[in-house]
Design a protein around this ligand. Structure first.
Ligand code: XMP
Length: 522
């Protein structure tokens, strides 16, 4: 008896939840369990996927799966570290890669294995997304290589008799061109799952259930919500407002680290959804706590704590507050290493403390947290925003990080640098809209480096800051590519910023993907 579901054994990959999401989009249920789960029979999956992870199998005591799983005759797909685990457990050799592969890579299928259903319908050459620094040097006996890249001769293998398949690249990320089809082939053709879920109903159902759950959880207590004006906090506000009406108190903290005219925009967006909002001017407080701090994590933590202090102070002024709501989404949690599905003894290697998650200090607060969007990705939140009738202007606004401009000013933050970056960002956004590019990139912003360089303006020597233009394309903000911006646009941006913003005399364009970089610089 099979449950027509896929079991994902999690080794702590950034992308584990994306695997589950891709499978659910196909219409099949996916369950995520810790890698050491051995009682597979009670779950009765049609197939098992081993996720990637930040480990190396040649280290002491590497995390592995239970050998009993191989006796069950259930198809297995290993991804990245999962691929190395399978090869290692069957006697293969794995070592650090001579050439590390991060981001976009050309993948070639080796057509020597007949009946390889995994690559059914996939062209012999395609773009895949890699993120690994170990490679398989020798595959075990009976395993067949089914794919390679220019840098690695073993990028995919299978052991057909045992229904084992493995990929070094990540089929679950949107940038792997045929990734979804590969997962679909595994789930439907190899594991023979029958589709059940109706994904188009998911969002309507999500809204209904969330509104009911909030009502049940909060009873008649008041809820305060830190509204930033971005899509995540707006959708959260909308859901709360629909659920508890006047019990919702929105607080907007003006940290002074926001983009120009942000406060006005926030008031406008609240008016659109009839929500009362209190605006707190905390510019001096934030500038003072950041004084002399240049470490990115310290900045994030200090800002998180200050936000919390302000919320606590405000909550005391309102009676009967039982909850603080936040617009946390799933990628915030993954990158802050707070995935609730992971076991205690293994965790994602922390990347950065997203301010509303890892950035928040672990102190006793008098209120419980409500985070209705915490299992969703950004594009899913946008779909919910649309369904809730939130204006396109808000839904399609580029995301803006909680710690604001402080993490776009590399190193120490001061008022002069804040003023410089604000002016530069507002020119960028204005020109993006004028050139009709804004809606074709998913996020674009300026980063101010602490580096000065020599320039010449009006025959005079200048020695000013260097700014970086970052513009990316992504679906879920877990992986991204840099946007192919037209040269004439780049030229306009460079001219306008350098001519109009005192303090910047050089602009460079960031052409890195995620991975290996992240979207923000800190
Ligand atoms: P990274 O830099 O982690 O960014 O690749 C992924 C997305 O998350 C945004 N970001 C944040 N959003 N609080 C937020 O609400 C944060 O602390 C934070 N840090 C990064 C980033 O702008 C990008 O859209």
């Amino acid at each position: 008896m099979k449950n027509h579901c896929i079991l994902i054994l999690d080794f702590g990959s950034q992308y584990t939840h994306l695997i589950a999401r891709k499978i659910r989009e196909i219409g099949v249920n996916a369950k995520i369990y810790p890698y050491h789960t051995s009682d597979i029979k009670s779950i009765m999956p049609n197939g098992i996927i081993l996720s990637g992870g930040p480990f190396s199998v040649y280290e002491n005591n590497p995390p592995l799966i239970s050998r009993s799983i191989f006796k069950l005759n259930i198809p297995i797909l290993g991804i990245c570290y999962g691929m190395q685990v399978l090869a290692f457990m069957f006697g293969g050799k794995i070592s650090p890669s001579k050439y590390k592969e991060y981001g976009k890579t050309n993948f070639f299928i080796k057509n020597e294995v007949n009946d390889n259903l995994l690559f059914h319908g996939i062209p012999n050459k395609s773009i895949v997304w890699m993120s690994h620094c170990d490679e398989i040097k020798q595959i075990p006996t009976n395993f067949k290589i089914i794919g390679y890249t220019n840098y690695s001769s073993i990028s995919a293998y299978c052991y057909l008799e045992k229904h084992i398949y493995a990929l070094q690249f990540h089929p679950e990320v949107t940038h792997t061109k045929f990734g979804k089809l590969i997962i679909k082939n595994f789930v439907l053709k190899i594991c023979k799952c029958v589709t059940q879920l109706k994904s188009n109903k998911f969002f309507t159902q999500f809204i209904k259930t969330t509104i009911n759950n909030i009502k049940k959880t909060t009873k008649n207590k008041n809820v305060i919500l830190g509204l930033s004006g971005g899509i995540d906090s707006c959708v959260t506000a909308y859901l709360l407002h629909k659920s508890i009406g006047d019990h919702l108190y929105c607080i907007f903290v003006d940290t002074g680290l926001l983009m120009e005219y942000e406060t006005k925009k926030i008031i406008l967006s609240c008016q659109q959804i009839n929500i009362n909002i209190k605006i707190i001017d905390a510019k001096k407080r934030f500038l003072s706590i950041l004084n002399g701090v240049s470490d990115p994590e310290q900045k994030r933590k200090l800002i998180g704590k200050e936000f919390l202090d302000i919320f606590q102070e405000e909550a005391k002024k309102i009676q009967n507050v039982g909850f603080i709501a936040q617009g946390t989404i799933y990628s915030d949690m993954i990158e802050s290493s707070i995935d609730p599905k992971l076991t205690q003894n293994m965790n994602h290697f922390m990347i950065k403390s997203h301010h509303n998650v890892g950035g928040m200090p672990k102190v006793d607060i008098d209120f419980k947290l409500i985070e209705p969007l915490k299992m969703l990705f950004k594009d899913e939140v946008k779909k919910i925003g649309e369904k809730l009738g939130i204006s396109k202007e808000i839904v399609y606004r580029h995301p803006f990080p909680g710690p604001g401009l402080s993490i776009r000013i590399i190193g120490e933050v001061n008022q002069q640098k804040i003023d410089i970056i604000k002016k530069a960002e507002s020119i960028l956004i204005h020109e993006l809209k004028k050139y009709n590019i804004y809606q074709h990139v998913d996020q674009a912003f300026i980063i101010l480096l602490p580096i000065k360089s020599v320039g010449v303006m009006g025959d005079k020597r200048t020695y000013e800051y260097t700014a970086v233009l970052r513009a990316i394309n992504t679906e879920d903000f877990m992986t991204s590519t840099f946007a192919y911006l037209p040269y004439d646009f780049l030229e306009t941006i460079s001219n306008r910023i350098i001519n109009e913003v005192e303090g910047i005399n050089r602009i460079v364009y960031d052409i890195t993907s995620k991975p290996p970089s992240t979207i923000e610089w800190e």
